[in-house]
Design a protein around this ligand. Structure first.
Ligand code: DGY
Length: 328
């Protein structure tokens, strides 16, 4: 079966995708697009796996072992729209003979921009200030009004120094004159570290003790689940801020709430949540917290690029080649 031929592979797409991506999918495949963008149930995911050659899921679809136990299984590839694939049980996918691909690189810059935006918003009270103006409470400029924390020149601590962590480091160091420290069990090459004058730390704890801003850039794995637990959050300075654009369950949200309430840290800025899209209700009430709805890759440019990358992976697979972004 080849893409573009009369007998085109059938691809089930779980969510609405940007128009150029849906147009190309419709040209190259027998694409079953999402009309109404509703989240698929397990039964709908299984119906896709039973009836199509490929599934194109997104990071909000939970492709569990239970879902993958479907019989009969027709699909041969899960072409994920997103770089993170912790929502897919990759072990179960392998057992079922499914290839899994993701969409790295194309979202690096936008996600790094998102982390910088969160850092500035939480330090300079951007969200709080906007709420203040919109509510009509603002009475005018005054020297002591809504003072925040300076970002420029401070110490940024990166937990994870992969593609996105490095892009954040470049912005922070070259743009804001920040000192960069990091911990990564797989550190980047020396020239990358030198470019941002970064200092590698032997442990996560070493980063937490020194950083004014801690930004998380680890993948979500069993080893990083609740990496930021009560004990580690307590190591942060009382003046420090926690930024998370990686995955929600890297942070123990209940422990974060306790730390914020007890003023153990100055604030937090989150793009991702432990039980997404649910947000721990206490966080919604805290002015020292910035909350965004998983916007890391949310630009027109990147979402189109992610879709094209997923299509390229599907094409390579159905043409008998090796998909560029195979993760399983
Ligand atoms: C990803 O790709 O994993 C992001 O979280 C969503 O763009």
């Amino acid at each position: 079966m080849t893409a573009g031929g009369g007998n085109r592979p059938t691809v089930v797409v779980t969510r609405r995708l940007p128009a150029p991506v849906e147009e190309r999918l419709a040209q190259e495949f027998a694409a079953r697009l999402s009309g109404d963008d509703h989240p698929f149930t397990n039964a709908e995911l299984q119906a896709g796996l039973r009836s199509a050659d490929a599934l194109l899921p997104t990071v909000s679809d939970r492709i569990s072992a239970e879902v993958l136990a479907v019989e009969p299984l027709r699909a041969r590839i899960l072409a994920n729209f997103g770089v993170g694939f912790n929502h897919i049980d990759v072990t179960a996918a392998k057992v079922r003979g499914l290839v899994v691909t993701n969409t790295p690189e194309v979202l690096t810059d936008d996600t790094a921009d998102d982390a910088i935006m969160l850092m500035l918003m939480v330090a300079r009270r951007g969200g709080e200030g906007e709420r203040h103006v919109r509510s009509g409470a603002w009475t005018g400029w005054r020297p002591t009004h809504m003072l925040g924390t300076r970002v420029s020149g401070k110490t940024l601590g990166l937990i994870g120094m992969g593609r996105i962590g490095r892009a954040v480091a470049r912005r922070a160091h070259h743009g804001f004159g920040m000192r960069v420290i990091f911990h990564d069990p797989f550190p980047p090459p020396a020239d990358v570290v030198a470019d941002v004058a970064a200092e590698a730390k032997a442990t996560v704890e070493d980063v937490l003790r020194e950083a004014d801003f801690v930004s998380l850039h680890s993948p979500a794995t069993p080893a990083t689940h609740h990496l930021m637990n009560a004990r580690r959050i307590a190591l942060m300075k009382p003046t420090a801020f926690l930024i998370n654009t990686a995955r929600g369950d890297i942070v123990d949200e209940a422990a974060l709430v306790t730390a914020l309430k007890g003023k153990q840290i100055a604030g937090a800025a989150l793009d991702v949540y432990e039980k997404e899209p649910q947000v721990t209700p206490d966080l919604l009430t805290m002015e020292q917290v910035v909350l965004l709805p998983h916007l890391g890759s949310a630009t027109h440019e990147t979402r189109v690029a992610m879709g094209m990358r997923a299509i390229d992976n599907l094409k390579a697979f159905f043409e008998g080649g090796a998909p560029r972004d195979r993760v399983a």
